[in-house]
Design a protein around this ligand. Structure first.
Ligand code: ATP
Length: 911
């Protein structure tokens, strides 16, 4: 193994055969990818197929079915035995398949949120998935990146990385490309090297990939890194528990039925046992767990299509309960497309024409275009602004775009408007050192040569209040003068004047340095500055934000703005968007610093705008909201936001501007960074939960209805209305389609006009129990009535010879079966809403349900009319008079369901 940390930079580059400015070509990268394999650690495999199969076999339903098959074999019914066994196999296969599909779709979503790496390929800086990195790739690292492979640094500025995942050492270590070792060192001391999976906590660097995948240090110790497990959601847990308790209850009832059967003269013990087993089969909601998983994963996919990647099933459920959305301003509520509109230097106020990043437009003073070449202060300001920025301005097609931070893009653009080209400036006044921007410091400093003849210049730009605080001089007409208190007041007034116009304001300053400082701590360097000027840029609100905020409010969700920006800018935008009504709903982050947790808990009840917020403030806010029992969704992008994202009930990271660390910590990633997407995801979460409630109610009422049918028939001494196979067919085939279709209901029209669900709400609440009970009774009454009329009047069983009796029972059974299937299918339409009638929802507005109805009805007709199906199901072809009994009874549960809603609405809900 080559030890790259022991070699000099040039030696490493030549041994990896790469030019650090060009990177590899695509062909070279492809060849190396084939040689070294993808840059990933082997994921621990999930359960083996065999283990999954054993799980399936231990399912109570399977055990009961195997018992039924054994009994059928005993009673000599070969067809039934084979069919039941076939169902066991089919059901196990189907469950494994569905589980596999749900797992695949979750994996695909996780792939979408997999980290990228910024690399030079074919001489250009691009982004590629980190798994495609190969040794020799030239990578660019920034604060917040998760190091994608083991890298030898080529250039580094003020770099430090947190290597705790590898060394356990939680204090970040300083890194430096210049260092060369003459003897072997421990991992933690290899400071010219950064290791895969550590986090860049500060600075910027260029590095060459030395090792990938298993060859990395982390790869060597953890070849079996577990992929992030998709824990089941609390709802799935609750439903699993419910299914289990139901199974136990059913077994108890079945035992009673068996004992009653023993006392009946017309049944022998085998028939009684078979009936008891049938009852158990009838009662267990086989499809429930599978349908829940499928519906949740369909929901995840739907959210992903709407730009919200949900990494855990759990979050789908929690989203629906959100009561607070605490959102960043820049880029989430606003477009993050900045344009400089105003500039202020030593008492001069300029306005700038033009929109977006097109470098066209005049810089005007007093309404007249000025030539910056003749305006010393303006020229220095624009030079500093451009040199102190890392964004790149590109002209692609006929569009001007920027790569990098939009704030900096706007600065480069305004300099271009004055014919100060960023690349030319950088060539003339080369950057030799820097202290990159970080949102805690709210500043950035770069050092350049050649600005002064025999000294370096440092330009610092950042939040005005902070920068001005560090200035003691000011540039006036090219001369450095003392910054008097009155001049300072004038600048601060100008700053608030700009901020009140919703402009984002930056201050720009400079300082002369004889020698480059070797201090790692920017605090010591960014002081005694010379103020140059202010720049005010506009960042228009996203057009859809206002609507989304209104939506939030009607849905009982409180939107809150949390921003690093200036208080007055935040208030201007917050009021415009409808987040706050008055100025006193805003507070500065630093005011929270001196408050007790109790005080902060009170503050978060009334404040809607938090300005100048530090990452620690974010944690304070989210903690207070949680202690107030609010379910909080919080957005974040920076490396320092990770604790707040983690603390929130729903941590949301920005897909475009977010760092790897933020994305890694979050439960949800917004691929468009848009606030409106969060609101849409919350709505989707609510719809999914209410849909789950709908099919739970549907499936349980059907199962309980079936139990009642079997129980009543047994107790009153009637023939047994349904065979095991009929019950299985019902539960596994005809009921599952409508249940799935209910799972993709479009959602009730007023779902966002209701207050959020409480987290401790039981899925089976009073209303649901009511519904299940009435529907189960209606289903049982309809089926038993149809059955009774059939075996009493249509196909009498009393006073006829044994063979005919047998046939008539089968005919009556077929009628009971058809009534039951159809009543359940029709009832599924009524299950679409707890309060709106089908007429109000629109009969055809859930197309899947219409198809499920047609499909299941055709299957039922097949059972009745196709001869070989008749043999299996002991069914008989129907005539008109049979339908005359089936149809009216089949509508009964549906009609009861609809009337139930109207009565509920009239008497119990004020609607
Ligand atoms: P939000 O938190 O809503 O995204 P924000 O972008 O203002 O808003 P930060 O990115 O934390 O939050 O920035 C904090 C402050 O730092 C900004 O208000 C601005 O004054 C200053 N700032 C932002 N970007 C830069 C930069 N590239 N260089 C120097 N200063 C910056």
């Amino acid at each position: 193994m080559e030890k790259f940390y022991l070699k000099g930079r040039d030696e490493v580059l030549s041994s990896l055969d790469v030019d650090s400015n060009q990177g590899l070509t695509s062909q070279e990268a492809q060849a190396r990818l084939e040689k070294y394999g993808p840059n990933e650690l082997q994921e621990k495999k999930g359960k083996s197929f065999f283990a999954k199969l054993i799980d399936q076999l231990l399912d109570p339903m399977v055990i009961i079915l195997l018992a039924a098959a054994t009994l059928s074999a005993f009673s000599g019914d070969k067809i039934e035995t084979v069919i039941i066994l076939a169902i066991v196999v089919l059901n196990a296969g189907l469950s494994l398949f569905q589980e596999g599909k749900a797992e695949d779709s979750v994996k695909a979503l996780q792939q979408m949120s997999a980290p990228n790496a910024k690399v030079y390929r074919d001489g250009k800086l691009t982004q590629i998935p980190a798994r495609e990195l190969v040794p020799g790739d030239i990578v660019v690292l920034e604060t917040g990146d998760i190091v994608p492979a083991d890298l030898r640094l080529i250039e580094s500025q003020n770099l430090s990385s947190d290597e705790s995942s590898l060394t356990g050492e939680s204090v970040p270590v300083d890194k430096d490309a210049e260092i060369i070792f003459d003897k072997d060192t421990e991992i933690g001391d290899r400071s010219n090297y950064v290791h895969s999976s550590s986090i860049i906590t500060r600075g910027r660097a260029k590095a060459v990939v030395a090792k990938t995948g298993h060859d990395t240090e982390i790869g060597k110790i953890a070849t079996n890194i577990q992929s992030s497990e998709n824990e089941s959601s609390p709802l799935q847990g609750k439903l699993n528990k419910l299914s289990k308790s139901l199974a136990l209850l059913v077994i108890a009832v079945s035992i009673i039925v068996f004992i009653v059967g023993l006392f009946r003269e017309d049944l022998d013990w085998l028939q009684s046992l078979m009936t008891a087993v049938s009852l158990a089969v009838a009662a267990i909601p086989e499809g429930l767990a599978a349908v829940v998983t499928i519906v949740l994963s369909i929901g995840m996919n739907r959210m992903a299509q709407n730009n919200a990647i949900v990494k855990k099933l759990l979050a789908v459920e929690t989203l629906g309960t959100t009561t607070f959305i605490a959102s960043d301003k820049t880029g989430t509520l606003t477009q993050n497309e900045m344009t400089v509109k105003t500039i202020y230097t030593s008492s001069k106020d300029y306005t700038i024409d033009g929109v977006g990043y097109e470098p066209e437009g005049d810089i005007k003073f007093d309404g007249q275009a000025v030539d910056p070449v003749n305006d010393k202060d303006l020229k220095v300001l624009l030079t500093a602004a451009s040199l102190n920025s890392d964004a790149k301005l590109n002209h692609t097609g006929n569009k001007w775009e920027i790569m990098g931070d939009p704030t900096e893009g706007a600065l480069i653009t305004v300099a271009e408007k004055a014919k100060l080209n960023n690349e030319e400036l950088n060539e003339m006044l080369k950057r030799v050192k820097e202290y990159p921007f970080d949102s805690t410091r709210k500043m950035m400093t770069t050092f350049h040569e050649n600005f002064f003849e025999d000294a370096y210049v440092a330009f610092t730009k950042g939040a005005p209040d902070i920068v001005i605080d560090r200035c003691n001089h000011i540039l006036i007409n090219g001369k450095v003068e003392k910054l008097t208190e009155s001049l300072k007041d004038e600048i601060l007034n100008k700053n608030s004047e700009y901020a009140k116009q919703a402009l984002r304001v930056l201050a720009i300053s400079m300082k002369k340095w004889e020698n480059l400082p070797d201090d790692q701590d920017p605090d010591k360097v960014e002081s005694d500055l010379v103020f140059i000027g202010l720049v005010g840029m506009i960042d228009p609100a996203r057009p859809e934000t206002k609507e989304a905020i209104k939506h939030c409010k009607t849905a009982g969700i409180t939107p809150v703005m949390i921003t690093g920006d200036y208080l007055e800018t935040a208030i201007a935008i917050g009021k415009d968007l409808g987040i706050a009504e008055s100025d006193d709903q805003a507070i500065m982050g630093k005011e929270l610093n001196d408050m007790t947790p109790e005080q902060i808990r009170e503050i978060v009840k009334v404040k809607r705008i938090f300005a100048r917020v530090s990452p620690e403030n974010k944690v304070q806010i989210v903690t207070a909201l949680k202690e107030n029992n609010q379910i909080t969704a919080m957005t974040g992008d920076g490396v320092n936001d990770a604790p707040a994202i983690k603390k929130a009930d729903i941590g949301i990271a920005m897909g475009i501007t977010g760092t790897d660390v933020a994305k890694n910590t979050a439960e949800v990633i917004l691929t468009d960074d848009n606030f409106a997407t969060i609101v849409k995801a919350v709505e989707e979460g609510r719809v999914i939960y209410s849909n789950i409630k709908k099919f739970v109610s549907f499936l349980l009422s059907c199962n309980i209805g079936e139990v009642l049918i079997m129980l009543v028939a047994m107790l009153v001494g009637w023939p047994i209305p349904l065979t095991v196979i009929q019950l299985l067919w019902l539960n596994l085939v005809t009921d599952s389609f409508p249940a799935l279709a209910l799972g993709v209901e479009p959602g009730e029209p007023d779902i966002m006009n209701q207050p959020p669900r409480k987290t401790d709400d039981q899925i089976i609440d009073r209303n649901l129990v009511d519904n299940i009970a009435t529907q189960a009774i209606a289903i049982a009454v309809a089926t038993l009535a149809a059955f009774y009329i059939s075996f009493t009047y249509l196909y009498p069983i009393n006073g006829v010879e044994a063979a005919l009796r047998e046939i008539n029972i089968n005919k009556a059974e077929t009628i009971a079966f058809a009534t039951l299937v159809l009543s359940e299918l029709l009832r599924s339409f009524s299950a679409r809403s707890e309060k709106y009638t089908v007429y109000e929802l629109g009969i055809f507005s859930n197309k899947s349900l219409v198809y499920a109805f047609i499909g299941s009805t055709l299957l039922t007709l097949a059972v009745i009319y196709i001869p070989f199906m008749q043999v299996i199901f002991h069914s008989h072809a129907f005539g008109l008079k049979d339908w005359a009994i089936v149809l009216p009874f089949a509508f009964l549960p549906f009609v009861v369901g609809e009337i139930h809603k109207l009565v509920e609405r009239k008497f119990f809900r004020n609607k």
